[in-house]
Ligand binder design. Structure first.
Ligand code: PGA
Length: 249
């Protein structure tokens, strides 16, 4: 399976800036022979980005969604609405949403189930705090989040999902877990839920063009969820290029 690189733009880019990014990225002709590219713009830019990416090998994801298909949930967006735009992926349970939008393990599980039912690929984000990491509790914490996210989901469906391991202390800080340390924690995640042996597991948190190759060289690291370094087309293209398994060799 190809390495997967997902750009999480968070609350960045107007429609014009998002469209310009796609045109710039396509003009750079990124190497997609061994790495698959997904961009996740804010909701407002999703239609324009989906249109700009149509017919290319770049696919589009959302940064969150509601678990209900429709209803009285002011300000929310549902899975069928995303599907109607051509969106194929959705990040669920990002630590910023767990922190700022009070997303619980239970609501994330409902979202995973709803995303799968609508035909979206969930990218389930899990991660430990600096304190948990220092206390040696990283694996325990992220395995518990992973088991909760996939509760009641069949192993067959789990295998089609993506998990993003993002240590909270590594997000936007310039610090990364050591490739070996991340690999060990991600191995634990793989073993936490039946079906994850076959799923792609991404590393996230301060991934850049110059550290991606060492990360994906690890057996349990199938790609990356990238925030800051996904905002410039040249840097995103460089990550895609360096994300080939064996790029270090
Ligand atoms: P970062 O963000 O690459 O800017 O650290 C990653 C993320 O939050 O997904």
């Amino acid at each position: 399976m190809k390495t997967l690189v997902v750009g999480n733009w968070k609350m960045n880019k107007t429609v014009a800036a998002a469209t310009a990014f796609v045109h710039e990225l396509l003009a750079l002709q990124p190497d997609l022979s061994a790495a698959e590219a997904v961009v996740c713009p804010p909701f407002t830019a999703l239609p324009a980005v989906a249109y700009a990416c149509a017919g290319s090998e770049i696919s589009v994801g959302a940064q969150t969604m509601h678990w209900a298909p429709h209803g009285a949930y002011t300000g929310e967006v549902s899975a069928p609405m995303l599907v109607s735009l051509g969106v194929q992926w959705v990040i669920l349970g990002h630590s910023e949403r767990r922190a700022f939008a009070a997303e619980s393990d239970e609501s994330i599980n409902r979202k995973v189930v709803a995303a799968l039912a609508a035909g979206l690929v969930p990218i389930v984000a899990v991660g430990e705090t600096a304190e948990e990491h220092a206390a040696g509790l990283a694996s325990e914490r992220v395995c518990a989040q992973t088991r909760a996210a996939f509760a009641g989901v069949s192993a067959f469906d789990v295998a089609t999902c993506v998990v993003a391991y993002e240590p909270i202390w590594a997000i936007g800080t310039g610090k990364i877990d050591s490739p070996e340390g991340a690999n060990a924690t991600m191995g634990a995640i793989r073993g936490a839920v039946e079906g994850l042996t076959y799923a792609r597991i991404l590393y996230g948190g301060s991934v850049k063009p110059d550290n991606i190759a060492a990360l994906v060289a690890q057996p349990n690291i199938d790609g990356a969820l990238v925030g800051g370094a996904s905002l410039e087309a040249a840097s995103f293209a460089a990550i895609l290029h360096n994300a080939r398994k064996g790029a270090l060799a």
